[in-house]
Each structure stands twice: as structure tokens, then as C-alpha cells.
Design a protein around this ligand. Structure first.
Ligand SMILES: C[S@@+](CC[C@H](N)C(=O)[O-])C[C@H]1O[C@@H](n2cnc3c(N)ncnc32)[C@H](O)[C@@H]1O
Length: 323
């Protein structure tokens, strides 16, 4: 039953995040009627969703109809340093909910969910849809998802030798800023699609935002390349094109750092197995890869995998240099 009803938790969580319920509980538990008034919701409907979420440990319910925060829902606060609020909002917004609704068609046809739901791939839909809000939700979600991961990567990997760090598909530059904060002498460039990099905070001029496509345009030159949650969006052939573009632009002794979950070659539960089905549903051939698959992918692009650095979380750093 829990497995079957799991989507109700995801959607309810997303609704609570979108309504900023956690912010309304920042000063302590409140009755649902009071929360509903603050967040602009229907009292009884909100009560029923919060009751379900409290029953699975997402909020507390110290008295019937009174809800409070715990360490899980604290992460839904907008002012939490590792806030997951925007990610929780995005994961069942139209950009993901509609393609995921087509998973059956995807499994039968092998074609992505966005192709079935929107008639095109996700990033083209974001760029072309008149509903610009969906792209903004997605970009905010990527920043939100980055907050915890950035700290873990900065702690796990020694960036002290880096002088020019280029974040490929770096969104609004949140991850790059977290890394640059640990290497005060280094500069950076964030490369992403036009319409995304415009939102970059340049860290007082240390980050150069560069707009373009990693399929068509020349990439900035640097000694360290970050690819966080990029290669898992794309099939092997397309990923090889991106990596070759990096090989063409990189300094001869540069490092390429791919930040992804690594698919374990065991039957044990692992977040990579969930992320992988998300990639199946949402992307054109994207997937989570095992160490052996990264080794092969890099070799095809003219790179050599040197090591995999684990972090405290489920994400690892796959390091490569020119072959
Ligand atoms: C899954 S997001 C990851 C964002 C960021 N690296 C992070 O981890 O938060 C994928 C990123 O790739 C960017 N992207 C997609 N197609 C691109 C292209 N052709 N050229 C450059 N960036 C692209 C998207 O705009 C988005 O920011």
C-alpha cells in the first residue's frame, strides 16, 4: 500500500512546499485554520493534506489539527541554508508531473516522457513554452537541490590548485559559488543556456556568466571543469559530444569533475536507482552510470578516469584528465 500510494505523499509534499506551509510554522505549531489563513488555502482541504503528511513523519501533529515542524519539514523552510523547498515544489509541477504520467508510454516506446506529454524534449519545452514560470521553478529547484550537495563536494574534494573553474550547465552558479568560496584566489565561469545564466550572481565579478549551448558553442578555457547533474541528462553519444567540447577547450593538465550518483553494481537499495528512472522518464536517453560505464564514456571522448571521490551524501565526484 505504501508503495502504491507513494505519489500522494510526493504531491502533498509539493503542495505544502508551494504554499510555504513550513514558513508559516517557523514560530511553532499552529492549528490548521490559522495556517490556512496565513498561506491562503481552504482550511479543511489543507488540514486533510497535512494530516496525511504528518502521518508519514513530514510534519508533527502534537494535537489533532495542530501542525508543527520536525527535522524533515524544517528543510521546506525558504530560509533554511539547505532548503529543499524549491525542489519539493518542482518535483510534481507540470514539467515533471505530466511527463511522469506518461511513464507507461515511455517504457513501451523508449521515447521520453516530455516527448509524449509535450511533443518535444524538456529543455526545448522550457525554452518554448509561454509558461515561463515552469522554467523558473526548475532553475530554482536545481539551486535548492545543489545547496546540500555543494557543501559535501567542497568538503570532499581539494580544489586548492584550481585557478579557473568552469561550471558547464551551471544554472544560476550556486554550485560554482560554493566551490569558489573555498578557493579565494580562483576565478570561475558559468556556462548555460541563454535565459539561464542571466540570473547568475557573479560573486563580485569573480564569475563570468557565458551563454551558449554545449552542443554548438566553444566552451570557456579553464583548469577545472564541473559537470554536476549534466551527463545523466543525456545518452552516451550526446554526452560524448559534450565531453569532446570540453577536451577541445581545456588546458592540457585540466581536470574534469563529473558530479553524479554512481550506479552500484549490486542489488542494494541506492538513490541512483531512483534518479535513473527519473532520467528515463524525463530525458532523451539520460541515465545514472556505473564506474565502468564512466570509464568507457570518458575513453570515447579522449579522457581517462583517474579516481572516484565519494562525498558524505549519495553523490560522488568522478575525476578525469586528458587521455
Ligand atoms: C539538471 S540541470 C543541472 C544544473 C546544475 N548543474 C545543478 O546541478 O544544479 C541541467 C542544466 O543543463 C542546462 N542545459 C541544458 N541544455 C543545455 C545546452 N544545450 N547547453 C548548455 N546548458 C544546457 C540547463 O539549462 C540546466 O541548467
Amino acid at each position: 500500500m505504501q508503495a502504491m500510494f507513494g505519489f500522494m505523499v510526493s504531491k502533498g509534499l509539493s503542495v505544502a512546499a508551494t504554499l510555504n506551509v513550513a514558513d508559516a510554522l517557523a514560530d511553532g505549531p499552529r492549528y490548521y485554520a490559522d495556517i490556512a489563513k496565513s498561506v491562503g488555502a481552504d482550511q479543511r482541504s489543507l488540514h486533510r493534506v497535512l494530516r496525511m503528511l504528518a502521518s508519514v513523519g513530514i510534519f508533527t501533529e502534537p494535537e489533532p489539527g495542530k501542525y508543527g515542524l520536525n527535522e524533515v519539514s524544517e528543510l521546506l523552510r525558504t530560509d533554511h541554508p539547505s532548503s529543499m523547498r524549491d525542489m519539493a515544489t518542482m518535483i510534481t509541477s507540470d514539467s515533471h508531473w505530466l511527463p511522469w504520467g506518461k511513464l507507461g508510454e515511455t517504457v513501451r516506446s523508449g521515447k521520453s516522457g516530455p516527448q509524449h506529454a509535450f511533443g518535444t524534449d524538456l529543455f526545448s519545452w522550457f525554452q518554448d513554452t509561454p509558461n515561463r514560470a515552469e522554467w523558473e521553478i526548475f532553475n530554482a529547484a536545481m539551486t535548492s537541490f545543489s545547496s546540500g550537495v555543494s557543501i559535501q563536494v567542497a568538503e570532499a574534494y581539494d580544489f586548492s590548485a584550481a585557478r579557473k573553474i568552469v561550471d558547464i550547465g551551471g544554472g544560476h552558479g550556486h554550485f560554482l559559488r560554493a566551490i569558489l568560496n573555498t578557493v579565494p584566489d580562483a576565478k570561475g565561469a558559468v556556462f548555460d543556456l541563454p535565459g539561464v545564466v542571466e540570473g547568475t550572481d557573479t560573486l563580485g565579478g569573480r564569475i563570468e556568466p557565458v551563454a551558449g549551448s554545449f552542443f554548438d558553442d566553444t566552451l570557456p578555457t579553464g583548469d577545472t571543469y564541473l559537470l554536476k547533474h549534466i551527463l545523466h541528462d543525456w545518452a552516451d553519444e550526446t554526452s560524448t559530444t559534450i565531453l569532446r567540447k570540453i577536451v577541445d577547450a581545456m588546458e592540457s593538465n585540466a581536470k574534469v569533475l563529473v558530479v553524479e550518483t554512481i550506479m552500484p553494481e549490486t542489488t542494494a537499495p541506492h538513490p541512483a536507482k531512483f534518479m535513473d528512472v527519473n532520467m528515463l522518464a524525463m530525458t532523451e536517453g539520460g541515465c545514472e552510470r556505473s564506474e565502468a560505464e564512466y570509464r568507457e564514456l570518458f575513453a570515447t571522448a579522449g579522457l581517462r578516469l583517474t579516481r572516484i571521490v565519494p562525498t558524505k551524501g549519495p553523490i560522488s565526484i568522478v575525476e578525469a584528465i586528458k587521455a
